[in-house]
Design a protein around this ligand. Structure first.
Ligand SMILES: [Zn+2]
Length: 411
């Protein structure tokens, strides 16, 4: 059996070093009965209670968090994080009693989630293992109030608790500055192509060729590479987006295609979690005792209506977020094609992002030239910024098309 713990750390020697040192220090601390005064200075600095693990989407930062947790819970006397013992296996598949994961699809992690769920999970004592580990994924979505509600827990943790936050980066817009100053930071670099190929071949039964193509085309984004080998819709969309570089030359067709793309991704975003969302609303209505009789019913009905309305608003914001994320993925794909063309135009070495669209990249390189391609790349980067700043996708993409057409020399 493959050691999933080692696999999660295999790409990043520095991450592995830090995690191993922390886990070893944690063992020493547990052996001393968690008496802080018995812990040496080296161990104190190697292991701490609060960590923030950062890496771009698809970097495998959650895998690193799980590997860390596995190291803490591992029962093998020789090799902490052995990957073979029951504890290691339970942590890696998300079923260990003392390791709690919080991840959200929501737009934000609200203060009540922190108070009702996360903080109680952190302060609980471990039951079977030595440590209580709480992993908070998408920590960039903690609202200011939610982050503040965590401060005390992070500052004065119980002796056997560890909190691992996962976020894209420690920039102020991605992670609370006050929490940041109380956490140790681990940066997870993007995974190597080889590692993604190993993963997709093993877990998805992909061929080496398809896996390598997906690893390149996704710009080494594990989740997206996985979708490219398993989800035909995703492959079709990628092809459609890349062909825009050709359609740019053909008047209105390109604008119509962009509109269709915006509509299709919007539909996808709205429908992605439709079932769970209907359940969510239904559960909320039930909690107000829908259909009751007697005094006060009208008042409760009004409150219920308000609550449902606010849930629907939240779901709408969630859809918009997913939609923006999908559009961003399209733009990353398109930017990969222009990057390939640029490398061709300036005769620079480098692996293409989209080897299966090499012919199109060659044509675009010839037509647009290096300077024009640099403009195209900049325009795509600017468009991604606009989308992040909540400009409507349709407007941002129409603007992008206009600039691409200029760079392509189309009137
Ligand atoms: Zn183990």
């Amino acid at each position: 059996m493959t050691n999933l713990v080692e696999e999660a750390l295999s790409d990043a020697p520095r991450v592995r070093e830090v995690v191993h040192a922390a886990v070893a220090a944690a063992r020493a601390r547990a052996a001393s009965g968690f008496r802080e005064e018995a812990v040496g200075a080296g161990e104190r600095s190697a292991m701490t209670h609060s960590w923030v693990i950062t890496g771009g989407p698809g970097s495998g930062r959650m895998q690193v968090a799980r590997a860390f947790a596995a190291g803490l819970e591992c029962t093998d006397p020789e090799t902490p994080g052995c990957g073979r013992c029951e504890a290691c296996r339970a942590v890696m598949n998300g079923s260990h009693t003392d390791v709690k994961e919080f991840s959200t699809r929501n737009y934000a992690i609200q203060v009540n989630t922190v108070r009702d769920d996360i903080v109680p999970a952190v302060i609980q004592l471990p039951t079977v293992g030595r440590w209580r580990v709480v992993i908070v994924d998408n920590a960039d979505r903690l609202t200011g109030k939610a982050a503040d509600a965590l401060l005390k827990t992070v500052e004065e943790p119980s002796k056997q608790s560890v909190v691992l936050f996962c976020a894209p980066s420690v920039d102020p817009q991605d992670f609370s500055v006050t929490l940041r100053s109380r956490c140790r930071h681990i940066y997870v670099p993007p995974p190597s192509v080889e590692r993604i190929v190993r993963l997709l071949v093993r877990e998805e039964g992909a061929t080496e060729h398809d896996a390598a193509l997906a690893a390149q085309a996704s710009l080494r984004h594990i989740g997206r590479a996985r979708l490219l080998v398993t989800d035909e819709g995703m492959q079709r969309r990628r092809a459609r987006v890349l062909r825009l570089a050709e359609l740019v030359n053909h008047g209105d067709v390109a604008f119509r295609e962009v509109s269709a793309l915006v509509a299709a991704t919007k539909k996808e975003a709205n429908e992605l979690h439709a079932e769970e969302e209907a359940e969510e609303a239904e559960a909320l209505r039930r909690s107000f005792g829908a259909g009751g009789r007697g005094k006060g019913v009208a008042k409760i009905a009004r409150e219920a209506e308000r609550a449902v309305k606010s849930l629907e608003d939240e779901q709408k914001r969630r859809h918009q977020r997913i939609h923006r994320d999908l559009i961003d993925l399209c733009l990353i794909d398109l930017s990969g094609l222009y990057r390939d063309a640029f490398l061709r135009a300036v005769d620079a070495p480098g692996e293409p992002v989209h080897p299966d669209f090499a012919e199109l990249a060659g044509e675009v390189a010839e037509q647009v030239g290096a300077a024009g391609l640099a403009d195209c790349l900049e325009a795509i980067g600017r468009c991604r910024e606009h989308i992040k700043q909540n400009v409507s996708p349709q407007i941002a993409l129409d603007g992008l098309l206009g600039r691409l057409r200029m760079a392509h020399g189309v009137r």
